[in-house]
Structures are given as C-alpha cells and as structure tokens.
Ligand binder design. Structure first.
Ligand code: GLN
Length: 491
C-alpha cells in the first residue's frame, strides 16, 4: 500500500507542487485504498474513478505547463452526498433521489474543482442528513474504522470514516445540528462547522435552511483550515451568504500550532461539563482542559442556562423546516417515480412515491414538522422554539463578553455499537446534545481529537463568536500540537 495515503493534504499538495509525485499517482493510491477497504467501511456511495483521474491529469498538465497551482492542487477530496455534483449521482442517502444526476455543481464543488482538488466520489450519510450514526442511510450503514462494529457518527459518517480509513485526506460535510463535528469526534478526525452563511448552501440539498452549514473535514486542523479557505466566502447565489471574506483560518491554525495560547480566555460550559456524558469522555475532556492551561490559556467556568433547551427547540425547528423543504420531492421533478401506470392520479403517484422513497426517520420528521407548523399549534411549538433560539443566542453573546471561545466535549459518548440506538429516536438525538446550540446561534464550532476513552476517540469542541472562525482554529491547532493526531488500528 502506497505511503501517500498516510500523508496530510498539506504534504500531498507540497509533493505535487514540487513534482516529487504526480496528482495521478496520489489519486491512484487513494482509489486503490478504497478498493482495498471500502467493502468493509462503506464510506462511499459512488466512486468517480474516471472523473478523479481526469481531474488529476489536468493538475499534472497545468504543472508541466508551468501554470500556478492552488494550495490544494492534486489533493483528493471525498464529498458528502448532500452536495450536487454535475453528472455525478447525488442521492442524499435517500431512495427518492436514486439515479438522479444533477445538471449543476454546488458552489462548494465548483470551488473545489477550481482549486485543483480531485473529487474521489460521494460519501454515505443518514437520509437527508437526519441522524447521528449513518445507519439511516437508505443504502446501508457506514462502519467506524476504529471498530467496524461501531457507528462512525452521523449524518456525515461516510466523510469522517473515509478520512479515518485513509481513503481520502480531505472531505466535505454538512452540519445542521452536529453532522460534521459529531462524526469527527467519534472517528478521531477534525470537523469544522463554519459560521452560518460563511459557506455557500447553493447546491446543498436542503434539510433545515436556517441551520444547514457545509464545512471541511480532515485529519489535521491545518488541513481543515486550508479546505475551509478554499470553499468559504461570499456566494451571490445564496441569499444568506455573508458578504465578507473568510476569516484567516489558515494563519490562525499555523499560529495555534506553535502551542502558545497565552492571553486566550476559554470558557468551560458548566452545563456541558458535568452530567449527561460518559465518564471516559469527561475524563478525556478534563485532561484536555489541563493541557490547554499548560499551553497558556486562562480557563473560566461559564454558565449558559438555556443550552439545556437547545435539543427540544432544535427538534421543532429542524423538522418544521424539513417538512417544507422536502415537499419538492414529489415524483415529478427528480429521481424516483412510483405507480405512474396511466391509471393513477397525480396525487396518488406523489403519495406512492413519497411512501416508497422516504425512510422512517424522514417521515417522522415531516409529520412532526407539519404538525408543529399547523394553524392552532404554530405559536405553541414553532413560535416557542424560535424564542428559545433567541435565548440561546443571548447566552452565547453574554459568554463571549467574558471569554474568547467556549469549550466542551463534542459528544456525550464515544462511538456506540451499531443498532444500539436505532429503536429509540430520543437516544439517537442525544448524540448532538453539545453541538446543537452552536447551530441555533449560527456561530462556528470545531471538533478536534483530545484523547481516547476505552480505546475509542474523544473530541473536544471549540465554539467561537460568529465570523470569528479563526479563533477556534487557533485553539484546536494548539491542542493538536500537544495531543497529536490519532491513528486507528490497521484495517
Ligand atoms: N443528528 C442531528 C439530526 O438528526 C443533526 C443532523 C445534521 O447536522 N445534519 O438532525
């Protein structure tokens, strides 16, 4: 097996730029690795062998012609199947989009192409990004490379598993309630949710539009920052895109890597550092807090009392928005059409298509959201949840008057065994207990490995004020410089 698969994106880009290796060689090494392990990991829904090799050849030709190469030219990337890719299947992990080949690229995908990265394929996910384990994919579950009997987190478990299994050095995820950070934590990789509006939603199949945020996944903080820089920034095609440059996350990651956090004030969220999490997770977190202190950070305890209401508020807001967004899947416009035999009415075909095309969790959310938005209940549920959202934002604002960033464990528990939480939706929802407040507020959050519990990875979450994404990269890179990266047992 080629040693190229163990390299960071930064190292690969350097090797390609200097001509020590070619983008084609790098791409072949990763495609070989996918062939070797993906029948066990199942990170990919679609591998675009031809497209990847063509993109790699184009990079090698540009280099040979002496043309300038971008900072990630020739680096392979795995893309969560929630982003549209021109001519390449996009299913969102759902049967309802089986066979659909979008006619356009998402903005993030266009930016990846322009930067000379090489898209290897599309990664597995919980259907419509609803879930925390990737077991709700209509195409079967993804397995955690640390222990194939355990979940890789969700909804972006495919992207995180591809990184941990060395099938790709970089990946793209999307985070509505934790789907980048939670898989990062349980696979021992890095996942960053940018500020809402800091990365474009154009071409991101919508789940909950006021929360959905695409972002970078990698094995190191610097690699995540480099990817963030490439995909982020204003997009006129997304009305909620922030018209401002991406904070200098790369410089911040490099500064953090010096291991000096002198003058940085970090708030430990009181409500998230005590009960509710596994003892092993709490122990690893406490050790990481000590490490951060040794690096010079000042640690302050901060109370965010409304964070305890984040989970129920999220499970009204997200299903409400999804019930509206998923109305477009009607058997007419895209993908699957069921029962169109010439004898059935339009309504019957729509109903049959949605019955066959959506899985149980998606149906549960559509029903919940439709109910919460119905007249007579709107104020009691959706309206109330929006008020809670405001209170959570106030908690963040008050906290950031005292500290530069907040820290907590990323998840309450390490990767659980497959099947352990599928029969009880509430147990599954708890996986995002610590990540959801950030989504409701709209700020950035990152998960970085902070140690092991029972031999499985634990993540530390850093949350920063909106548009201060650079701050979280500095803290995460400093912790990484002390803790190091985590390597799973050989597959
Ligand atoms: N697990 C959460 C949910 O099921 C978050 C998902 C996400 O961030 N896409 O909704």
């Amino acid at each position: 097996m080629s040693e190229l698969i163990r390299k960071t994106a930064t190292e690969i880009a350097g090797l390609v730029a200097s001509g020590e290796t070619s983008a084609v060689e790098v791409t072949r090494a990763h495609l070989d690795r996918i062939t070797e392990v993906d029948d066990r990991v199942r990170a990919f829904l679609h591998v675009d062998t031809e497209g990847a090799l063509a993109a790699a050849r184009a990079v090698d030709e540009r280099r040979a012609a002496g043309e300038p190469l971008g900072p990630l030219a020739g680096v392979p990337v795995a893309v969560k199947d929630v982003l549209t890719t021109r001519g390449v299947p996009t299913t969102v992990g759902s049967k309802i989009l089986e066979g659909w080949r979008p006619p356009y690229d998402a903005t993030i995908v266009s930016r990846l192409r322009e930067a000379g990265t090489v898209m290897l394929g599309k990664t597995n996910m919980d259907e419509f990004a609803m879930g925390s384990s990737t077991e709700y994919s209509a195409y079967g579950a993804t397995h955690n490379p640390w222990d194939l009997g355990r979940i890789p987190g969700g909804s972006g478990g495919g992207s995180a598993a591809a990184l941990a299994a060395y099938e790709a050095p970089l990946a793209i995820g999307s985070d509505t309630g934790g789907s980048i950070r939670q898989p990062g934590a349980v696979t021992g990789t890095v996942g960053a949710k940018p500020t809402y509006g800091g990365t474009s939603r154009y071409g991101l199949v919508a789940f909950s539009s006021s929360l959905d945020t695409p972002g970078p996944c990698a094995r190191t903080v610097l690699d995540a920052a480099l990817l963030h820089q490439v995909i982020g920034g204003h997009d006129p095609r997304d009305s909620t895109s922030i018209p401002a440059p991406v904070p200098d996350v790369v410089a911040a990651a490099k500064l953090g890597a010096t291991g000096d956090l002198t003058g940085v004030r970090l708030g430990v969220v009181k409500e998230f550092s005590g009960e509710g999490a596994e003892p092993g997770v709490l122990a690893a977190f406490r050790e990481a807090v000590e490490t951060l202190t040794k690096l010079g950070a000042e640690i302050v305890e901060v109370s965010c009392p409304n964070f305890s209401y984040a989970l129920p508020a999220y499970y009204l807001i997200a299903p409400s928005e999804c019930s509206s967004n998923l109305a477009r899947f009607d058997g007419v416009r895209f993908g699957l059409r069921e029962g169109d035999d010439g004898n059935r009415s339009l309504e019957e075909v729509m109903s049959l298509t949605r019955d066959v095309g959506f899985g149980p969790e998606v149906k549960r959310r559509i029903m919940l959201g439709t109910y919460a938005l119905s007249s007579g209940y709107y104020d009691a549920y959706y309206g109330q949840a929006q008020k809670v959202r405001t209170l959570i934002t106030r908690d963040f604002t008050a906290a950031f008057e005292r500290v530069d960033a907040l820290i907590s464990p990323t998840t309450p528990f390490v990767a659980f065994e497959m099947g352990a939480r599928t029969s009880d939706p509430y147990q599954m929802y708890l996986a995002d207990l610590f990540t959801i407040p950030t989504n409701l507020y709209g700020g950035p959050g990152i998960s970085v490995p902070c140690g092991l519990a029972d031999g499985l990875p634990v993540g530390l979450q850093v949350m920063a004020p909106t548009m201060a994404d650079d701050r979280m990269y500095r803290v995460a890179a400093a912790l990484e410089s002390a803790v190091g990266t985590l390597t799973p047992p050989a597959l």
